[in-house]
Design a protein. Structure first.
Length: 164
């Protein structure tokens, strides 16, 4: 458990330089830069429209685009933060999955032990019932033997004259 937490801390620490590298890539590579600028402009327009609508303005508002430098910074920042958020969320989800899997294994073990105890209890109940039946049969045989001994004793008393 502790090793998992240390590993997740290590990965989180490692993800920050990766996020910074993404920022730098957005500034340096032409195609990535164009995508970042258009994405940042879209985010800027969406944010401004949302702010204006929250203020209660009803007429359409013209949103001035960001200059390229600000758009690159904003887009690269957004990409970097999104990466960090996605990475942290994936660590949380992985930990949650691992925890549920461990709990499921533990639950299965407890269920197996419970079933084994129930089987053992059922076997002991059968053994007890068998012992009771054998004891009752033994008592019946003993009673029959006592009756036979008593009858033989009476018969011998009657047959041989009663003086022993």
């Amino acid at each position: 458990m502790a090793s998992v937490k240390i590993a997740s801390l290590f990965l989180r620490t490692l993800s920050k330089p990766i996020a910074n590298r993404l920022k730098n890539q957005a500034k340096e590579h032409e195609r990535f830069r164009e995508m970042t600028i258009s994405f940042a402009q879209f985010l800027h327009r969406s944010e401004m429209r949302m702010r204006v609508s929250l203020l209660g303005e009803t007429h359409p508002v013209v949103v001035r685009p960001l200059n390229d430098a600000r758009a690159i910074d904003a887009g690269a920042n957004f990409i970097s933060e999104t990466f960090l958020f996605a990475f942290a969320a994936s660590i949380i989800l992985a930990e949650n999955w691992r925890s549920r899997r461990a709990e499921g294994k533990r639950r299965d073990q407890v269920q197996d032990q419970l079933e084994a105890h129930e089987e053992r209890l059922a076997q002991l109940s059968l053994d007890l019932e068998k012992e009771r039946k054998e004891r009752n049969e033994g008592l019946l045989r003993e009673e029959k033997l006592e009756n036979i001994v008593e009858q033989v004793s009476r018969w011998s008393t009657l047959s041989f004259g009663g003086n022993s």
